[in-house]
Design a protein around this ligand. Structure first.
Ligand SMILES: *Cc1c(COP(=O)(O)O)cnc(C)c1O
Length: 397
């Protein structure tokens, strides 16, 4: 009754751009969420890879409350302390020098694309540069980010998009090489493709792309929005590869629920890139969101989150592999750290819906992948609870 009422009220006025699960979330604690009827859910979705520390973390909440009482927003016409602190920590975490804070992932991509174009414009003293992106990629919903997103379904109604984008195949170096020409200014890819179905880049592919970029003074833009911030067992997934981007986009877990993203570049790029007047944002990097980002980055360090992910992830892989071994319609598992996917030959939406009834939140990726992106603080007992609940659903399929 309670739930149906809230859903009906929401559907009266919210633009119908999502087919939402019939769940009205009230509050969270640790790695559990509770709906308005008091039902408990083990959360292996984490608000789409956002809630790295789960819900109700005392240290995080206290930092935000303190900042609320000081000042929420100042605009970027003035300095504030949290933005300097957050930028310093983010730069240190990735070993890159220049940070621009945004309000979302898609805006981080917009900024990264503009930064690459400006770099090439300064170097060549003329515009007209092009970008290579990947098929099955996902970079966001604004027009620029959509222009480098390799998914026809998301793009088509909004064409013409930004011109000058060519699509190669992820993990196929020859297909990238074939598209390079003198106007190419950047290659953009997710280090681990998320929405496209949880595909990690192969080391030889990422190394090869880096070499192509170096040979032609093309900038490598890595989208770490989903796979970054400790999720794979390194702060950023590219740190597994020994390959460094020129520009990185980051968001999702950066604020752990507070809307904040960033694009980060090396000093070498920054020297020829965005200058005063080239880019801006009213909210981006305001004291409130930066107090969150600063605290998140600090907590990841003090709580050694990447070490925890490296410790717990093999157990998640093992329990998922057991399920893949048990059910014929589950064909493979792939992923890195706490970003895992299972390829499924039965409707994944139906499985996710049934899991919800069983008190488990899992989400899908692409058309046939069950996605597991839990809070990074999960313990073995949560992995066991997830595997048991999922098993009880899979037996009914
Ligand atoms: C979620 C996501 C985005 C878009 O971020 P928003 O905050 O939704 O705009 C871009 N790239 C990747 C890889 C993502 O997972």
């Amino acid at each position: 009754m309670n739930k149906e009422f809230h859903i009906e009220e929401a559907e009266k006025h919210i633009l119908h751009t999502y087919n939402r699960y019939p769940l009205v979330i009230d509050h969270g604690k640790g790695v559990y969420l509770y709906d308005t009827d008091g039902k408990e859910y083990l959360d292996f979705a984490a608000g789409i890879a956002v809630q790295a520390f789960g819900y109700g973390d005392g240290e995080y909440n206290a930092a935000l409350k303190e900042q609320i009482d000081k000042v929420m927003h100042t605009s970027n016409l003035y300095y504030n302390v949290p933005v300097a602190n957050a930028a310093k920590r983010l730069a240190a975490a990735c070993g890159m020098e220049r940070v621009f804070f945004t309000n979302s992932g898609t805006e981080a991509i917009e900024g990264a694309v503009k930064a690459a174009k400006k770099y090439a414009y300064t170097r060549d003293e003329k515009a007209g540069h092009e970008i290579i992106a990947m098929n099955h990629s996902f970079h966001g919903r604004s027009i620029g980010a959509l222009s480098v997103t390799g998914n026809a379904h998301y793009r088509e109604p909004f064409e013409p998009l930004m011109p000058g984008v060519r699509f190669a195949d992820f993990n196929d170096l020859e297909s990238v090489k074939a598209l390079i020409h003198e106007k190419t200014c950047a290659i953009i890819l997710e280090t681990v493709q998320g929405e496209g179905g949880i595909y990690p880049a192969e080391p030889s592919f990422l190394e090869g792309v880096r070499r192509l970029c170096d040979a032609h003074d093309i900038l490598l833009i890595l989208d770490e929005i989903q796979c970054g911030m400790g999720r794979t067992g390194e702060m950023f997934a590219w740190q597994h590869y020994g390959v460094k981007p020129d520009i990185m986009a980051c968001a999702k877990a950066l604020g752990c629920g507070v809307p904040v993203g960033a694009f980060v570049m090396t000093e070498r790029v920054a020297e020829k890139s965005l200058a005063p007047g080239d880019h801006g944002t009213t909210y981006g990097g305001n004291p409130f969101v930066c107090a969150a980002a600063d605290k998140v980055l600090q907590m990841m360090e003090t709580r050694q989150i990447t070490a925890h992910v490296r410790e717990i992830a093999p157990y998640l892989e093992q329990r998922l592999d057991e399920l893949v071994g048990r059910y014929e319609f589950l064909t493979t598992r792939r992923g890195m750290g706490l970003m895992q996917g299972i390829v499924c030959e039965k409707p994944v939406g139906e499985i996710a819906a049934k899991a919800l009834s069983a008190g488990l939140l899992v989400i899908t990726a692409g058309s046939d992948v069950l996605r597991f992106v839990p809070p990074l603080i999960i313990e073995k007992k949560h992995v066991d609870e997830m595997a048991d609940k999922l098993n009880s659903v899979l037996t009914t399929m």
